[in-house]
Design a binder for this molecule. Structure first.
Ligand code: NAD
Ligand code: LMR
Length: 336
C-alpha cells in the first residue's frame, strides 16, 4: 500500500446513472492522480441499497490498485464523515416536460439536510461540487446550512455546458474541440444560461489562434443556433434518451474536479458555478457560473476585466434574475 493518505470521496446518488459512468474514473486515478489512493463513500436512499451493493461488487471486480475501500450507506453521518471531496448527484432527476424550477421544492430539502451533515461531519477543507438539479440553487442551500465550511469550497457543475459550447464551436469550424478555448457559461445551469464565445479563441488550420467570434463570422448562427442548442441540450438528450445526460455529465464532473484539484492550464479558464463576490455586477453570494482560473493551491478566482457589451449584459442579467427567483423560492421552502 502507498504511504499517501487516501482521499475520501463522497458520491451521492451513487446507485444512479451518472455515478455509474463516474465511479470508475475516480477510482482509476483519472481525476486525483495516479498516486492518490481513494476511499469511496457511496450514499443513496434505503430502497437503492441492493442496487448499490451491486455497484460495489463491480468496483471490486475492476481490481483497481488505488481503490482502498468502498463504503456504501444510506446514512448521511457515515457518508459525510471525514470526507475530502463531495460530488453531490443524489436528487430527483428532471422528467421530460419538467423545468428545473419544478424540481426545486423536492430537492432543496435534500440539500438542507446534506448541508447540515457536511457541516457536522466533513473535513473543513472539503471541496464540494453539486450536480443534482437545480444545481446552482441546491448549492446555495447546501452552503447556507454548512456555515463552518468556507463558501469558496462550494461549487456547482456548469462544466457540461462549457464542454457542450466548445463542442458546438468545434463542429461549426470543423476543428477538434481541444482547439477551442475560453468559452464562458454565465449564470444558471438552466435554459437561461448564457454561453458566450466573444472572448473564446480557436486554432484554425493555419495553426494560428483567432478570436472565436470573428472566426465564426456568423452572428445569426451564434444567436439563433449556438446559444439555444447549448441552453437546451439537456432537454434534447432527455427527449431522445428518456433519461438525462449521464456519460457526458460524468466526464464533465471529472474535468471540473481535476482542474480544481490540480489548477487550470496556463492560458485557459473554465466555467464553474461559484459564489459571486459581486464581480460583473452579479449579486454577492448567488451561485453563478463564471469564467474561473484555479491556481496550484486549489484556489479559484473569477477572471476579471472582460469587456461586456450591452447585448451580453442583458443575457447575464436575465439568468441572474432567474437565480434570484430560485433563491427566494428555495429560502421560502426551507423555512417552512
Ligand atoms: P438518477 O435518477 O439515475 O440517480 C439519482 C440517484 O439519486 C438515485 O439513485 C436516487 O435514489 C438518489 N437519491 C435521491 N435522493 C437522494 C438522497 N437524499 N441522498 C442520496 N441519494 C439520493 O439520476 P442521474 O441521471 O444520476 O442524475 C442525478 C442528478 O444530476 C439529477 O438531478 C440530474 O438532473 C442532475 N444532472 C445535472 C447535470 C449538470 O450538468 N449539473 C447534468 C446531468 C444531470
Ligand atoms: C443536463 O444539462 O443534461 C442535465 O442538467 C439534465 C437536465 O435536466 O437538463
Amino acid at each position: 500500500m502507498s504511504s499517501v493518505e487516501p482521499l475520501r470521496v463522497l458520491v451521492t446518488g451513487s446507485a444512479g446513472q451518472i455515478a455509474y459512468s463516474l465511479l470508475f474514473s475516480i477510482a482509476n486515478g483519472d481525476v486525483f492522480g495516479k498516486s492518490q489512493p481513494i476511499i469511496l463513500h457511496l450514499l443513496d436512499i434505503p430502497m437503492m441499497m441492493t442496487s448499490l451493493s451491486g455497484v460495489k461488487l463491480e468496483l471490486e471486480d475492476c481490481s483497481l490498485p488505488l481503490l482502498h475501500n468502498v463504503i456504501t450507506t444510506d446514512s448521511e453521518e457515515v457518508a459525510f464523515k471525514d470526507i475530502d471531496v463531495a460530488i453531490l448527484a443524489g436528487s430527483m432527476p428532471r422528467r421530460e416536460g419538467m423545468e428545473r424550477k419544478d424540481l426545486l421544492a423536492a430537492n432543496v430539502k435534500i440539500f438542507k439536510s446534506q448541508g447540515q451533515a457536511l457541516d457536522k461531519f466533513a473535513k473543513k477543507s472539503v471541496r464540494v461540487v453539486v450536480v443534482g438539479n437545480p444545481a446552482n440553487t441546491n448549492c446555495y442551500v447546501l452552503s447556507k446550512f454548512a456555515p463552518s465550511i468556507a463558501p469558496e469550497n462550494f461549487s456547482c457543475l456548469t462544466r457540461l455546458d462549457h464542454n457542450r459550447a466548445k463542442a458546438q464551436v468545434a463542429l461549426k469550424l470543423n476543428i477538434t474541440s481541444d482547439k477551442v478555448k475560453n468559452v464562458i457559461i454565465w449564470g444558471n445551469h438552466s435554459s437561461t444560461q448564457f454561453p458566450d464565445v466573444k472572448h473564446a479563441t480557436v486554432e484554425l488550420s493555419d495553426g494560428k489562434k483567432h478570436n472565436a467570434y470573428e472566426a465564426i463570422k456568423d452572428d445569426n448562427w451564434i444567436k439563433n443556433e449556438f446559444i439555444p442548442v447549448v441552453q437546451k441540450r439537456g432537454a434534447a438528450i432527455l427527449a431522445a434518451r428518456k433519461l438525462s445526460s449521464a456519460m457526458s455529465a460524468a466526464k464533465a464532473i471529472c474535468d471540473h474536479m481535476r482542474d480544481w484539484w490540480n489548477g487550470t492550464k496556463e492560458d485557459e479558464w473554465v466555467s464553474m458555478g461559484v459564489p459571486s463576490d459581486g464581480s460583473y455586477g452579479i449579486e454577492k453570494g448567488l451561485i453563478y457560473s463564471f469564467p474561473v482560473r484555479v491556481d496550484k493551491n486549489k484556489k479559484w478566482s473569477i477572471v476579471q476585466g472582460l469587456a461586456i457589451d450591452d447585448w451580453s449584459r442583458g443575457l447575464m442579467d436575465k439568468t441572474c434574475q432567474e437565480l434570484q427567483e430560485e433563491k427566494n423560492d428555495a429560502l421560502a421552502t426551507v423555512s417552512n
